[in-house]
Design a protein around this ligand. Structure first.
Ligand code: UDP
Ligand code: GLC
Length: 383
């Protein structure tokens, strides 16, 4: 049977981890289409992979609607949402399968396929729980998934468990871990530090968008307990988290960390920066659905200290491939940083193990194969 024609649907034009996964996974689908509700850097990134990208006439500003918005706040948007659904229906009719890469994309695509009658795959990059979603949103998402999704792809068991706990049908769920393919860094850590003018001495790094649940504030609290350790923080506030970014800057002043903490803004050279630090800290205070940065650090051959919630324990194999600390615990994080800086003898073996595990479990080729299988199954191409 011919390769199915796929319409990839995404609500945002910004690029966070979920969209980086989309950019990776569309690789074998050059010539297919993407519908974005909002314009942004994702549009050219997908076009560069050979996709025909359309941006909705109605979606600009949609990401400003918070995920926990009350239904009353959402009502004035109904006309625009209806416009997007009509666009999605028209686009879906020109394709065999619709592939939604986010909640908002999924909900509107579900309404669209109820009319257009196309198989719908939901790539769910989140842990559906009360931490990030209101009760109504959770009910709507799961009900629509049970009614209209052919498959729900999740990157981890943590995401699968949460979806099922909310009432999602277990047979819909396929766990496809995110896969990364990163070229090894040629420069040594010392060369990178010199080239990028990074601080000398003990150095940790945090590489996530600035958001309260990503927990950068806990790292600042830990740094107040680890004199002599500097920190680079890469990432910016992407989804209305500017107040949190301002709070972090204020904390740096209040804790007198100005000469040790360096905010680098959003960077496009994360693998190189990771290679230059003594440890990557992944401090999320809420369960992490996956955490690409964990795998990136493992591939960079750098020790990882991550909070023990969500997928981190699976990825770091309960502490064999990195250090796990309780979420939100600045004392435990400080102790873990001090331990890594002391270069404990078991570290070298842990780093080798972590790198091998990242390559064997979280490779891009595996992800592409698995997703192609899901799309084929949904489209009936294997029938
Ligand atoms: N990232 C980046 N530049 C930055 C900070 C982060 O390119 O300044 C990348 C990081 O390397 C990772 C992604 O953003 O690939 C974040 O993905 P992750 O799954 O860790 O978290 P998310 O932000 O999607 O929740
Ligand atoms: C989301 C999650 C992150 C995950 C990414 C890709 O942004 O927050 O944990 O790695 O999607 O699946």
């Amino acid at each position: 049977m011919a390769k199915p024609r796929v319409l990839f649907v995404c609500h945002t034009g910004a690029i966070s981890g979920a969209e980086l996964v989309l950019v990776d996974l569309v690789q074998p689908w050059a010539g297919e289409s993407a519908l974005l509700f909002e314009n942004g850097p994702l549009a050219p990134a997908l076009a560069a992979k050979g996709l025909k990208v359309t941006v909705s006439r109605w979606g600009q500003g949609l990401t400003q609607v918070r995920r926990d918005s009350s239904i009353l706040k959402v009502i004035p948007l109904v006309g625009r949402l209806f416009g997007i659904v009509l666009e999605t229906i028209a686009a879906a009719r020109r394709h065999d399968v619709v592939y939604a890469n986010s909640q908002k994309a999924f909900v509107l695509s579900a309404l669209a396929v109820s009319v257009a009658r196309r198989p719908l795959i939901w790539h769910l990059h989140d842990i559906i729980s009360s931490v990030h979603f209101g009760a109504m949103q959770r009910r709507v998402q799961v009900t629509l998934a049970n009614l209209f999704a052919s498959r729900v792809v999740v990157p981890s068991k943590a995401c699968a468990d949460a979806f099922i706990a909310e009432g999602g049908k277990q047979p819909l769920v396929v766990v496809v871990p995110n896969g990364l393919d990163i070229a090894p860094e040629a420069l040594s850590p010392a060369q990178i530090r010199q080239q990028l003018q990074l601080p000398e001495g003990p150095l940790v790094g945090v590489f996530s968008r600035l958001a309260a649940w990503k927990g950068q504030h806990v790292v600042l609290q830990a740094l107040a307990r680890t004199p002599g350790v500097s920190c680079i923080i890469a990432g910016d506030a992407m989804f209305g988290e500017q107040a949190y970014a301002a709070k972090l800057n204020q904390m740096v002043i209040d804790l007198d960390l100005g000469d040790r903490v360096h905010f680098l803004g959003r960077r496009s050279d994360v693998p190189r920066l990771m290679r230059a630090v003594d440890a990557v800290v992944h401090p999320s205070i809420d369960p992490e659905p996956f955490g690409r940065t964990l795998v990136e650090a493992m591939l960079a051959g750098v020790p990882v200290i991550a909070t023990d919630a969500g997928a981190a324990s699976d990825i770091l194999q309960a502490g064999r491939a990195g250090t796990l600390v309780p979420p939100g615990d600045a004392d435990a994080l400080a102790a873990a940083i001090i331990n890594i800086m002391s270069k404990p003898p078991e570290l070298a073996a842990q780093l080798n193990y972590a790198e091998a595990r990242a390559k064997s479990h979280y490779g891009a080729a595996q992800m592409l194969r698995a997703i192609a299988g899901v799309i084929d199954d949904a489209s009936g191409a294997r029938a």
